[in-house]
Design a binder for this molecule. Structure first.
Ligand SMILES: [Fe+2]
Ligand SMILES: [Fe+2]
Length: 209
């Protein structure tokens, strides 16, 4: 990792998040950090990178849509200009905004970490392993209970990443529909791609049990 000498310490990052996030979001961030560190070994990830991506992924989660748009206009104008206005909402913007600010706030410039944070809500056609793991671990450390968590965790811990990704995509559609969040076309394309990678789909595959 470059610029390691000037990178803020984990303790400093935790203190920053504790001050800027709600207690619930801060606890979730610590939980995702710990889970990512544990997942590093079975998935062959660098444990430090996994932990940092987990700790910082929701740094901007509690910001308004307008603030996130402003951050992205400053730091990543192409991204926000290319994204249809319909998707200028927290769900789609908090990861990309965090990935823009982190190099300046914590002096982290590791591309893999920043990409995982940028992509952690899913819907990207190409997601490296760290991004995929963060996308799944994020929902394995929920801020509120939901049906099916154990089923998803079982697939993830068994190394069945394609199956876990596919199952999660289906559930994300359900949640987005319930909360009237627009589904980006890239997510639908990705779902079809994920489906093609899973050879055997039992009839109850998408059930929450
Ligand atoms: Fe998030
Ligand atoms: Fe999260």
């Amino acid at each position: 990792m470059q610029q390691e000498a000037t990178m803020k310490s984990i303790e400093e990052m935790k203190q920053f998040l504790e001050k800027t996030l709600s207690a619930k979001r801060f606890a979730h961030s610590l939980g995702v950090m710990d889970y990512m560190r544990r997942a590093a070994k079975p998935y062959g990830l660098d444990p430090e990178k996994a932990a940092l991506a987990g700790l910082l992924h929701d740094k901007n989660k509690e910001e308004s849509d307008a603030d996130l748009v402003l951050t992205l206009k400053l730091f990543n104008p192409k991204f926000i200009a290319d994204l249809d206005k319909e998707y200028h909402i927290n769900r789609y913007l908090h990861g990309p905004a965090a990935a823009c600010e982190i190099p300046f706030e914590f002096f982290i410039d590791d591309r893999e970490i920043l990409l995982a944070i940028h992509q952690h809500n899913g819907g990207f056609a190409k997601m490296p392993l760290l991004s995929q793991c963060l996308h799944i671990v994020d929902v394995l450390v929920p801020t509120k209970p939901y049906a099916g968590r154990y089923k998803l965790e079982k697939l993830f811990l068994a190394g069945q990443l394609n199956e876990a990704n596919l199952l999660l995509s289906d559930w994300v559609f359900e949640v987005f529909q319930e909360e009237n969040t627009p589904i980006h076309p890239a997510m639908k394309n990705l779902f079809e791609h994920q489906k093609s990678k899973v050879r055997y789909l039992p009839s109850d595959f998408f059930s929450r049990q």
